[in-house]
Design a protein around this ligand. Structure first.
Ligand code: DGJ
Length: 513
């Protein structure tokens, strides 16, 4: 069994391979505290995930539980998690809650937390010490490195053969909140020094941080130091067991100034610094709770940064975004947050208190799970069954995906060999998916259509003096890449090629006369 790895496939698309086969993480991230108790997992989490057609789960592992006393490791909680995932037939993506989680250091062991002299804190401009350990604190980074490396070495022994754990997120939503940068003594000194040579190469400039970056110096400085710390941790862990590692970002968002979101985290705007300082990470994933998820995906998915979405909103629109992430953006991972709640009654879920949402800058509608489970499960299921076709057509002009990007996005036009297709989105409605879909051109006149809340109109190419008409339209399902035909839709249904709320598939043969 080979270790999971990330590499470009024959079409040049960066792909995760598990057991040497492409693996698309149809995932969900569980709540922060769930995996700290195996009994809780048994009772409340695993049963809630069955039926969602997921193939992987993002679950935290906690430094404070693994190394309760310095140098004494206890992997029992990790072992239980892996054994339970195996029973469920699911892969795991570990979330290393080490030095940093949501711009704080709340998951470090008590012996680190209490020793504020050795493991010194970041400070604000006025000198106020924060709950965040400074990334310039080498002693703290070294202790995290040791613990993470011990975890990876244990993992290789325990799971190397079976390969239940397939990826690692190193730390969580790193950065500093409430300040543009760290002003502790060590940081003050480093900030006034010459920028490192890697930064000189990146920018073509030299001097101290302020003279190289001007007003943006604080965030760039933090990005460099956080990235260097994470590289120390990830590189050492990967030497023991080279699982693919990535980091996630709390987005730069309203009100836009560093410190209103964690300053120094791997947001797209400072990813060049992160890439240069942390080559052990293959991706920087966005956590997306804003209303404009598709724009964020467009921005974060690139040749240099394959799309890993470790957290995304879980209301009904998440099903549409899943289609777009895989179909349009070649995502490696898609994962709504707090996934174990998706199958609950909407009134039973514990959305974070309003003040937490405000503090975390989360759009409250992101937690309205009405009907979300059924929609997402349908998309995950279809993606699974479509995989042979998806692998064949992705990265070619024969597969195109679309999604309603925002209030003023009424539709789009897609260009194929013999047809242009006008897509119109249904208006946005609460607790419904967004207009979205994907189209595979199987032959010049034959199309597999997958969609939700949109209408399609096929037109001959401009200048072709012909009428395009439907030869045959069928509904059906895809099973292991094969079309299983259902009803033939030659009556009223064919008057408009329309997708209702529940994502579904149709096979369409066209002709022109
Ligand atoms: C983003 C964080 O990364 C998660 O751990 C969690 O705190 C969610 N926000 C909000 O519940």
């Amino acid at each position: 069994m080979s270790i999971p790895y990330v590499k470009k496939d024959e079409k040049g698309i960066t792909t995760l391979y598990v057991n040497d086969k492409p693996f698309f993480c149809k995932a969900g991230e569980i709540h922060n505290s769930s995996s700290s108790d195996p009994e809780y997992m048994k009772e409340h989490v695993w049963p809630a995930l069955r039926g969602l057609h997921m193939n992987s789960v993002i679950a935290p592992v906690y430094w404070e539980m693994i190394e309760p006393e310095e140098g004494t490791y206890d992997f029992s909680s990790v072992r239980s998690l892996i054994c339970q995932a195996r029973e469920e037939g699911l892969k795991l993506i570990f979330l290393w809650f080490g030095l940093w989680k949501n711009a704080e250091s709340m998951y470090v062991p008590a012996w680190v937390k209490k020793d504020t002299k050795t493991y010194f804190r970041a400070a604000k401009l006025g000198g106020e010490q924060m709950t965040t350990i400074s990334p310039l604190c080498k002693a703290a980074v070294e202790k995290d490195r040791k613990a993470f490396t011990a975890l990876m070495s244990w993992l290789r022994e325990f799971d190397g053969e079976e390969g239940t754990v397939i990826m690692i997120q190193v730390e969580n939503e790193i950065g500093l909140l409430g300040t543009d940068r760290d002003y502790c003594e060590a940081a003050q000194k480093a900030f006034s020094e010459q920028v490192p040579s890697a930064i000189e190469e990146l920018t073509g400039r030299s001097g101290d941080w302020k003279s190289v970056f001007g007003d943006e110096a604080g965030e760039k400085f933090m990005a460099w130091h956080f990235a260097c710390a994470v590289e120390t941790i990830a590189a050492s862990g990967r030497k023991e067991y080279a699982l693919p590692c990535y980091a996630n970002a709390w987005l730069r968002q309203y009100p836009w100034y560093p410190g209103s979101y964690p300053s120094g985290g791997p947001v797209v705007e400072v990813q060049d610094i992160w890439r240069s300082a942390a080559p052990s990470l293959f991706a920087f994933g966005p956590d997306i709770y804003v209303p404009y998820c598709a724009d964020v995906m467009d921005e974060y998915a690139s040749d240099e940064n394959p799309l890993v979405i470790p957290e995304i909103r879980k209301d009904a629109v998440t099903a549409s975004y899943a289609l777009y992430a895989f179909g349009g953006k070649n995502a490696i991972c898609y994962s709504p947050f707090g996934i174990e709640e998706l199958s609950l009654d909407p009134s039973a879920i514990q959305a974070p208190p309003m003040e937490v949402m405000v503090a975390l800058n989360i759009d409250p509608s992101a937690f309205n799970i009405t009907d979300s489970c059924a929609y997402l499960s349908k998309v995950y299921g279809m993606m699974e069954e479509m995989e042979p076709l998806y692998l064949k057509y992705r990265g070619t002009p024969h597969l195109k995906a679309f999604i309603r990007h925002g209030e003023h996005d009424y539709g789009t036009i897609l260009h194929f060999e013999k047809y242009d297709i006008a897509v119109s989105y249904a208006p946005r409605m609460e607790a419904k998916p967004l207009g979205a879909g994907l189209i595979m051109e199987l032959e010049p006149d034959k199309f597999l259509l997958v969609g939700t809340r949109c209408t399609l109109r096929f037109m001959p190419k401009p200048g072709v003096k012909k009428t395009a008409d439907i030869l045959r339209l069928t509904e059906g399902t895809i099973e292991k890449g094969e079309w299983k035909q259902g009803r033939i839709l030659n009556g009223d249904e064919k008057m408009s090629l329309q997708f209702a709320d529940m994502p579904s598939a149709m096979m369409l043969e066209m002709y022109q006369f």
